[in-house]
Design a protein around this ligand. Structure first.
Ligand code: F6P
Length: 515
């Protein structure tokens, strides 16, 4: 039996029982303000420097006892063996019998003895060479990525996050939705001879992507476009299907790269065109540094592991159902959407890796908007609502612009919000009272550059691995997306024919209304 797969149920461990007791007696009434008063070293003890990312965890509802019980829980749940199984290339995605090796995509040439390492670097070199040729090709002004989910969110987030490093003269568009309004609005801005379409799909079967790809190809040909090999490239594990579709320029990857973990593979081509081969390699290097940290640091000094354990503490003991992500940098505006897929598609499961029902709560809802915008929208609820929602602040020390005063304002707001959540104000019980004692984590990057961005994203990947590992689930499958796809296939022709037989009355009524 593979070590990573025979994991005990977390709620049957001794550590879980002790955590439960501790929560009932002290955890429930833990007070952050009191904790800071009684422990002058709290910030030091609850901070963690990881490669390119610093985290202040001190404003979380955790004391030294909870922390050591959480480490004990990780040990009892065989977390380290599970992590090592992933890095050893074992099939930790057991429901699909696949290895999970996105970390290999970031491993420097010659550093890994994995049998796929060579193919990874050959593909990377080819893809980066192509990216450089496109960058140098002044006739191509527009790059359109057609893909959805993991074939959209990562590259879209990264191109925005690293806009400071983008080559001038290229515009990037991302079309994901099958809603034709999206593609039509992009096509309206394009000229076939100046456009490169990237068809990004791990499977090359996803209905949305195939529908958009067909329409883009038809548009290209109708407008007199001729050279498909020059104007279309496919990024996929299913190179054969791309060829059949008529695309000769293809960059492949492997079934051991999950869609939501794929921006480091050929799926990252838009990023490489945007920031160049060197920039892409810097992003991989940042992620690799985080991989090494996660792989080798003891749990007590391992940032992704500490975060994943904190997530379990909040979700299963405090019963917090959501987490808010507030990047205080507008270039990180797509991070919350990216994290929604990463975390909720990975850990939104109700059975363990063997298919047995779980009796613990799993993935929280992850949501958020860049600061300071969120402050003028939903922060009211974070401060004074009835639910406690842990907040995650991400601040970047250096700004990429020269506008006086803005960055100080931005950072002051991030600090003030975290402070206000914790401190609260007043105790008269009126509208102006803030209860305080509301938890937050505060991340600091020195600069938002390819290395720190790569490290940040890898940190989140490994954090999701950690909580999924404790919960005993397969974080790398996504069976929950299948049913809707099957039903949509049945309903689509009914919108044409009006046939409602076999449909429930509500769906039948709505279908009639929508025809
Ligand atoms: O439907 C969910 C999903 O399979 C995601 O996991 C994936 O990222 C997305 O669809 C797109 O899949 P593909 O890259 O195969 O088109």
């Amino acid at each position: 039996m593979i070590a990573g797969l025979s994991r005990p149920h977390c709620d049957r461990t001794q550590a879980w029982q002790l955590l439960r007791q501790h929560y009932a007696q002290q955890g429930r009434v833990f007070d952050l303000r009191e904790a800071f008063r009684s422990d002058p070293k709290r910030v030091e003890e609850f901070s963690q420097q990881a490669p390119h990312v610093f985290a202040d965890l001190s404003k979380n509802l955790v004391d030294a006892h909870v922390r050591s019980l959480m480490y004990e829980l990780a040990r009892e749940c065989l977390f380290e063996r599970h992590r090592d199984a992933m890095f050893a290339g074992q099939p930790v995605n057991n429901t699909e019998n696949r290895a999970v090796k996105h970390w290999l995509l970031r491993s420097p040439k010659g550093a890994s003895s994995d049998p796929d390492a060579r193919a990874v670097h050959d593909t990377l070199d080819a893809m980066l060479g192509y990216a450089e040729r496109i960058r140098a090709d002044g006739a191509i002004t527009d790059v359109v990525n057609i893909g959805i989910g993991g074939s959209d969110l990562g590259p879209q987030m990264a191109v925005a996050a690293l806009a400071e490093f983008t080559a001038p003269g290229k515009r990037f568009h991302f079309v994901s939705n099958v809603d034709g309004h999206e593609l039509a609005a992009v096509l309206a801005q394009l000229k076939p001879e100046a456009t490169l379409f990237l068809i990004a799909s791990k499977t090359f079967t996803t209905v949305e992507t195939m529908t958009n790809a067909r329409s883009a190809k038809a548009w290209f040909e109708q407008r007199g476009g001729k050279d498909i090999a020059r104007h279309f490239a496919a990024l996929t594990t299913n190179v054969e299907a791309a060829r059949q579709f008529g695309i000769a320029t293809t960059f492949g990857f492997w079934d051991w790269v999950g869609g939501r973990y794929s921006m480091w593979s050929a799926i990252g081509l838009p990023i490489a065109i945007s920031i160049g081969a060197q920039g892409f390699r810097r992003m991989l290097a940042g992620a690799h540094a985080m991989d090494e940290h996660f792989r080798t640091a003891p749990i007590a000094a391992n940032l992704p592991a500490r975060l994943g354990l904190l997530d379990v503490w909040y979700r299963d003991f405090h019963a917090f159902a959501s987490r808010c992500v507030a990047p205080y940098h507008s270039a990180l505006r797509r991070l919350p959407a990216y994290l929604q897929q990463l975390e909720m598609e990975s850990n939104g499961k109700r059975v363990d890796a063997q298919g047995r029902a779980l009796s613990v709560a799993t993935s929280p809802v992850v949501w958020g908007e860049p600061g300071t915008n969120g402050q003028h929208a939903y922060f009211q609820m974070l401060h004074q609502g009835t639910d406690v929602i842990p907040v995650e602040f991400i601040a970047v020390k250096g700004a990429a612009h020269a506008l006086a005063g803005h960055h100080e304002q931005l950072l002051a707001n991030a600090l003030a919000q975290a402070q206000a959540l914790m401190q609260g104000q007043g105790d008269a019980g009126g509208h102006k009272d803030f209860p305080g004692n509301r938890p937050s984590t505060f991340f600091v990057l020195d600069r938002l550059d390819p290395e720190s961005f790569g490290a940040l994203v890898a940190m989140y990947e490994h954090r999701v691995f950690t909580s999924g590992s404790i919960w005993g689930i397969d974080s790398f499958d996504q069976w929950g997306v299948e049913l809707g796809k099957v039903l949509a296939k049945d309903i689509a022709p009914r919108l044409q024919s009006g046939e409602v037989q076999g449909l429930d009355p509500s769906t039948a009524g709505l279908l009639q209304r929508l025809r």
